[in-house]
Design a binder for this molecule. Structure first.
Ligand code: PLP
Length: 403
């Protein structure tokens, strides 16, 4: 079945009636992930679909937010971010990766990395430009391409280890390519791009004058390999937009504080788009973000160790229930193969799972531009308390019986 570039079916409207929505809005439908969350609530299920933690965020960050509100940090911050947060972001890139970032000219604080991504796309891409997207992809990149008028050019990450074929990668670049979207550690596959792979991408970006837009929100959630920001590779700082947020590292998905870091020529453009999109992120939460970004390295190590434990609860439970798992090296998702269950379609199986077993997962087709490529896949998240994961494991065990 052919699909819109969003990877989802267009919504229908009454025959003969003029649609009230724009063609852009008509071409993508509600996020499948949020739809699964709704179904899950309806059936009293355990939500392993949407990537938000069910455990508390660090106390000191919450306290800092309360203090900022009490101190009446209530009005608009500077549109591209409060000085204190921009300084903290620049310091962190320097401390962790040795990158030089000018907080005055090279940072845009946004409403989550979601806004940072669409603001960057709108700032970099002209309608008709090609943007390279690795597939499977995080489902927002499809609509981001539509909203910015980009023509997505997909490059496959090959199972089982989500390998990149250098020839296929090189063939995707041309005069028409304006940008490439990278997400490492990767949602949904758990792949961590190696320095070698990133160097190949970087060489092609330099050759063709392409901007790398890199979503690194899982940078500290790693079980194998090393996180390499592509901006830190030779000649790449000038042509990279590095995107991140508080959401995953500090378990604060609802705060909506993220940022884009890039050299002034790119930042100037992103700041203008950002200003007109949202004016700015929540001012008191920006002050609390400063406290988050100052947490010591041990915080990141504990975060990764805790997620490893959670992965090691869910993964064997899925395998025992009959799923073939792609073991993640990073991020907090497990992509699975469901062919053993005899369902022709991932959506039907996801519905079956939530309705009869009470566990919600995301149908694999939401990560592919051709639904058939994901028809035998399901993605589970393990950003939940161990007891939540153990409860899910118990329910999944009964799936084994119902096979
Ligand atoms: N990018 C990726 C790869 C994600 O997986 C998610 C959330 O799941 C986001 C961005 C959204 O991040 P934020 O909450 O910072 O907008």
């Amino acid at each position: 079945m052919s699909r819109s570039p969003s990877g989802r079916l267009p919504s229908t409207h009454l025959k003969g009636a003029r649609p009230l929505g724009s063609k852009k809005a008509e071409s993508f439908t509600e996020s499948v992930i949020r739809e699964m969350t709704r179904l899950c609530q309806l059936h009293g299920g355990i939500n392993l679909a949407q990537g938000f933690p069910d455990f508390p965020a660090p106390e000191e960050i919450k306290e800092a937010a309360v203090s900022a509100i009490r101190a009446d940090v209530n009005q608009y911050a500077i549109t591209w971010g409060s000085k204190s947060l921009r300084d903290a972001i620049a310091r962190k890139y320097n401390r962790v990766y040795g990158m030089e970032v000018d907080p005055e000219r090279e940072v845009v604080v946004c409403c989550g990395s979601t806004e940072a991504m669409i603001a960057s796309m709108l700032a970099v891409v002209d309608p008709g430009d090609e943007v390279i997207v690795f597939e499977p992809f995080y489902e927002n990149y499809g609509p981001d391409a539509i909203l910015s008028g980009a023509v997505p050019r997909y490059v496959t990450l090959h199972e089982p280890d989500w390998r990149l074929d250098p020839d296929e990668l090189a063939a995707a670049f041309s005069e028409r390519t304006r940008a490439i979207i990278i997400n490492t550690p990767n949602n949904p596959t758990g792949k961590v791009f190696t320095r070698g792979e990133l160097s190949e991408i970087a060489a092609l970006c330099r050759k063709w004058g392409v901007v790398a837009i890199t979503d690194e929100i899982y940078e500290h959630i790693l079980y194998a390999g090393q996180h390499v920001p592509i901006a830190s590779l030779e000649g790449m700082a000038e042509r990279t937009v590095t995107i991140n947020s508080l959401s995953k590292t500090y378990s604060l998905t609802g705060w909506r504080v993220g940022w884009a870091v890039a050299r002034p020529r790119l930042t100037d453009a992103i700041r203008k788009v950002h200003d007109f999109l949202t004016v700015g992120a929540a001012a008191p939460l920006q002050e609390a973000a400063v406290v988050a970004l100052q947490l010591p390295e041990e915080y990141h190590q504990r975060l990764a160790a805790d997620y490893r434990k959670r992965r090691d609860v869910l993964l064997p439970a899925l395998e025992k229930a009959g799923f073939v798992c792609f073991k993640p090296d990073g991020a907090y998702y497990i992509m699975t193969d469901i062919s053993g269950f005899g369902f022709s379609d991932d959506r039907a199986f996801a519905r079956h799972l939530v309705e009869t077993i009470g566990v919600a997962a995301v149908p694999g087709s939401s990560f592919y531009h051709r639904s058939e490529d994901g028809a035998q896949k399901l993605r589970f998240t393990f950003c939940k308390r161990e007891e939540t994961l153990r409860a899910a494991a118990e329910r999944l065990a009964s799936l084994q019986l119902s096979k």
